[in-house]
Design a protein around this ligand. Sequence first.
Ligand code: CP3
Length: 342
Amino acid sequence: MMRAARCENADRTPIWLMRQAGRYMAEYRSIRRHTPFLQLCKNPDLCAEIMLAAVKRLKVDAAILFSDLLVILEPMGIQLQFRVSEGPLLVNSIRTPAEADRLLELENIEALQFVMEAVRKTRAGLPESLPLIGFAGAPFTLAAYIIEGGSSRDYSRTKTFMYGDIGAWNAMLSRLARAVGLYLNAQIAAGVQLVQLFDSWVGCLGVDDYRRYVLPHTQAVIASIPPGVPIIYFYTGNPALLPYIKKAAGNRKNLVIGVDWRMRLDDAWEAIGLDTAIQGNLDPAVLLSTPAEIRRQAREILEQAAGRAGHIFNLGHGVLPQTPVENAIALIDAVHELSLKT
Ligand code: CP3
C-alpha cells in the first residue's frame, strides 16, 4: 500500500474500500444497535473495534480511521444530528454570507481528542505492516454541508453563496482549510501513515469555478501536510476537473488521486501523467451483482492499470449499505489473486 501510494512498484495491487466498516456488516450493526452514530464516533474503543473487525474480515491492505467527515464542525460551532437512514442534518446551517461569522476558527484540536484517541487505539490493534489512513473533508465539501445543512441534489444554496459574495466565501474556505490542516496534522502525530481528503461533492462544479473558488483552498490544505506523508485526494463526478485536481498538489510527490467509475483509469492517467498514483474505481453498485461479474470488472480495471506502479484498488465511492459482505470479500480476493506478479 505504501509503495503504491508513492508510485513505486509493488508485488500486487493493494486494495481497501471506502466505507469498509458500516451498515452492510453484521459486526457493525450489532454495535450500532446500542449506540447512536455520533456517540459511536466519540467512543475511541468502539471506533477501533469496528475498524479492526472490518479489516480482519475483509483482509484489506489498509485500515481507515472510523469517524465521520462532519465531526470537525462541532467545535467550529455547527450542531450535528444523524437521522436514521436520512443522513446528516446540520441544525444551525449557515445559509447566507451575512451569517458566515457563525463558523468559528478551530484554534486547537482539544475538542477532537476523541478522534486522536481512536487513531492511537486503531493503530495499536493493527499489524505493523498495515497502514492506517486518516481523513478529513476538503474545504469545498465541508462548506457545501455547512451551507446546505445536509446532502443536496443541486448545491444551489452553496453556489448562490459562492457567486454572491466571493469575499465571504474565501474567508469561509480559508477558515476550513486551516482547520483541516490542523486536524490532519494531529492525526499524523497520533499515528496515521497516509491521509485522504474527501472532496465528494466538488464534481458539481465546472472547471472554471473549481479554479476560481476552490483550487487555492485545496492547495493550502495539501501544502500543510508534511511531504513524506502520502495524500489521497478523492473526488467524484466530473472527469474534466482532473488536471486541476492534480494542480492542487503542485510539484508534491506522494499524491494519489481518487477517481470514480465515470472515467477509465487509463484515460485518467493520460490526463495527470504516470508519475501520480491513482486510487479506484469500481462502481460500488457492481458489488450488488454476482461474484463472476465482480471478478470480470475487477480484471478490466486491473487491465487498464496494466501493472503500472501507483495503483491502489478501491471503489469509486463508498460501499452501499445493501452490499452482501461476501461480495466485498469476493472483490478483495479477486484483486489479490489477479494482480499477483509471479
Ligand atoms: O470508510 C470507513 O469505513 C470509515 C468511516 C467513514 C464514515 N464516514 C462512517 C459513517 C468515513 C471515511 C466517512 C466519511 C464521510 N462521511 C463522507 C465522505 C465519504 C463519502 O461518502 O463521500 C461523507 C460525505 C460523510 C457524511 C455522512 N455520514 C453521510 C452522508 C452519512 C449518511 C449516509 C450513510 O451512508 O449512512 C453519514 C453516516 C455514516 N458515516 C455512517 C457511517 C458508518 C452510517 C451511520 C449509521 O447510520 O450507522
